[in-house]
Design a protein around this ligand. Structure first.
Ligand code: BES
Ligand code: ZN
Length: 630
């Protein structure tokens, strides 16, 4: 669509409401009303001049060539007189760019930055739609192509994408910034026998046969979303319904276990809606990926992506489902405007996730997660260098927040406000917040301004007690931080104290322990242990052979710190079978910290594992193996 009149028209035409976003300027109510895009240093786009409002993909997955190819048609909303649009491109192979009549549109690909890719500048020649014929980048960061041998069934290959934060520019030519929301639709053509799923409405659940013997699937997302939420998976996928609006997709071998693990999902959706308003995305389905999926979960709209490592048979890691579901509000509905504001996604979501867990499973269970998260927050701050370390700030350099502080310092911030004003008042505020900013980007300053306007309302005593600016902008942990204590973890702490005082392994009662109890115990053991003690632990607690991937990872951290050789074979096996970064990053880092001994093991394991890792995981591991200064 062509932009003809005023800034107000741009807002109307592109579906943004008048209350747009604030720059991170002084936190004033007025700034929330200004209709400007927050500066995102991770995009080349200049959305004030010309922005993408809709993406229409028609793509073929080529498993032999490990590429996706086809066309993307972009709708552009441009300022009058704007003669070009700038897109993000990370290695795309562009065949042609034309208008809808086939007329060539001149374009240039600028200088390539290793992380950001390159600007793709297209002349508009007065047009408001452009068609790009292209193929995905060789080795595209977003995509993992798994050979059939690397799948559970072993018979069909698999492909999945991971867009957040800036990977989608390796397979979709668009403006890849969380503040530039776009509707999209797609036709994905795959080899016969494979099923395609995406993060939008499924228009053709069974696929449509093509003339040349393949199958096409069509999808649509009518809500404008940040482009990092466009996601695709293709594989031998089966589906099991879990209720009227939800279900789970995975390879057939895992389907029953997944459905059993996630059986409470409808209760979670109901609890979430009860807290903060309607779920606005239609269905809530889940896709359980192969173990190389680099994250615990990813909040792709209508279709959360999940690691299989959370399926432990005891439902103790369904907090991850609650987390990804909560992102349907904090993240997908109200989105961090830039990656400097990522705590608005992750911190809000971690808080909301815990409220869902409390509503469905009760206070004790919620306290278990919250208390463990608090401990992780403290160790993240310590590991970052303490209270003055700039990487402990919530709003900071994009991607630079240490550990999981955007999650746990962020959620502690919100919990601290909750306890100060009372739960009812805070819930009413948050519900209003999600309505006021629905389908819009949000900045840290914008949130604080809204909080002041709608919750604090000039109460200076409250304002002073909250220390909002310190929480949002300063390093370290403000002294009003609220810590929830778990009685269940206090019991574990008793076991731990006895064990750390030299008590026998046989005296530790681990019967019925959840993942979280195991984590509290294993993380509480001093890093230095004798070989005899490690042997006693491994045998007595069944660590190296444990079926729980979290337990294994926490155990290997201890084993590595002591160069405990007997654990090395199973450690190598673990590193070649699990690709979830949260679980394997500390192991590669721990090995590297052990000098030549560990470096050799890490290099060995990685050489074998690399082919099965997602490109992001491989890049992460390579950075660790290259040592601190690279
Ligand atoms: N959105 C994140 C995953 C993510 C974060 C992808 C940063 C890319 C960059 C997702 O919602 C998430 O937080 N996953 C967590 C699980 C959660 C329960 C802590 C994970 O992957 O561990
Ligand atoms: Zn998250």
């Amino acid at each position: 669509m062509r932009f003809t009149t005023s800034a107000a028209a741009l807002l109307l035409m592109t579906g943004m409401s008048g209350a747009a976003i604030a720059q991170d300027a002084p936190a004033m109510t007025e700034s929330v009303q200004s209709a400007s895009f927050a500066k995102d240093v991770w995009t080349y786009a200049d959305p004030e001049t010309a922005r993408v409002s809709h993406v229409d993909l028609d793509l073929v997955t080529d498993f032999e060539g490990k590429q996706i190819y086809g066309t993307a048609v972009l709708d552009i909303a441009a300022q009058p007189g704007a003669d070009h649009v700038v897109l993000d491109d990370n290695g795309l192979r562009i065949q042609s760019i034309t208008d809808m009549d086939g007329g060539a549109l001149p374009y240039t690909v600028g200088k390539v930055d290793e992380m950001l890719g390159a600007p793709l500048t297209v002349q508009l020649n007065g047009k408001d739609k452009i068609r790009i014929a292209y193929a995905s980048a060789p080795g595209a960061e977003a995509l993992q192509w798994l050979p059939k041998e690397a799948t559970a069934g072993g018979e069909k290959p698999y492909l999945f994408s991971q867009g957040q934060p800036i990977n989608n520019r390796s397979w979709i030519p668009t403006q890849d910034s969380p503040g530039i929301r776009q509707t999209w639709d797609a036709r994905i053509t795959v080899p016969k026998g494979l099923v395609a799923v995406m993060s939008g409405d499924k228009l053709t659940p069974d696929g449509v046969p093509t003339e040349d013997g393949r199958v096409s699937y069509r999808f649509r997302m009518n809500n404008a979303v940040p482009p990092y939420l466009i996601a695709l998976a293709v594989g031998d996928l089966a589906f099991k319904s879990l209720g009227p609006n939800s279900g789970v997709y995975t390879e057939p071998a895992l389907l029953d276990a997944a459905a059993d693990e996630f059986q409470d999902v409808e209760k979670m959706i109901a609890a979430a809606e009860d807290l903060y308003g309607p779920y606005r995305w239609g269905r809530y389905d889940m896709l359980v990926l192969p173990p190389s999926f680099p994250y615990g979960g990813m909040e792709n709209p209508t279709l959360t992506f999940l690691t299989p490592t959370i399926i432990t048979g005891d439902r103790s890691n369904t907090d991850v489902v609650a987390h990804e579901l909560a992102h349907s509000w904090s993240g997908n509905l109200v989105t961090n405007a830039t990656w400097s504001d990522s705590w608005l996604n992750e911190g809000f979501t971690t808080y909301f996730e815990n409220r869902i867990m409390e509503a469905v499973y009760g206070k004790d269970r919620a306290a278990l997660y919250a208390d463990l998260d608090y401990g992780t927050m403290l160790s993240d701050i310590a590991a970052a260098g303490g209270d003055d370390a700039p990487t402990t700030r919530l709003h900071g350099e994009p991607g630079a927040t240490a550990g999981q502080l955007d999650y746990f310092k962020g959620s502690t911030f919100l919990r601290t406000i909750e306890q100060a004003v009372g739960r009812d008042r805070f819930d009413a505020y948050l519900r209003g917040y999600f309505d006021r900013f629905a389908f819009q980007p949000q900045t840290t300053a914008g949130f604080l301004a809204d909080l002041r306007a709608n919750l604090i309302e000039g109460d200076t005593v409250l304002e002073d007690s909250l220390k909002l600016d310190q929480w949002a902008y300063a390093p370290g942990l403000p002294d009003n931080a609220v810590h929830i204590h778990s009685a269940t973890l206090a019991e574990v702490d008793k076991e731990l104290a006895a064990f750390n005082a030299g008590g026998p392994v046989a005296a530790v009662d681990t019967g019925g322990w959840s993942t979280q109890q195991w984590m509290r115990f294993l993380r509480g053991i001093p890093k230095e242990q004798s070989t005899a003690r490690l042997k006693e632990m491994d045998g007595g607690l069944n660590l190296s052979n444990n079926g729980n991937a979290y337990v294994r990872s926490a155990w290997y951290e201890i084993a590595i710190a002591n160069r405990y050789e007997p654990a090395v074979p199973s450690l190598k096996q673990y590193l070649t079978s699990v690709g979830r970064m949260l679980l394997i990053r500390p192991l590669y880092q721990g090995l590297e910290d052990q000098g030549a001994w560990g470096h050799a093991i890490a290099t060995d394991a990685f050489a074998e594992a690399k082919a099965g890792y997602h490109p992001m995981t491989a890049a992460m591991t390579e950075r660790i193996l290259a040592g601190p200064e690279s």
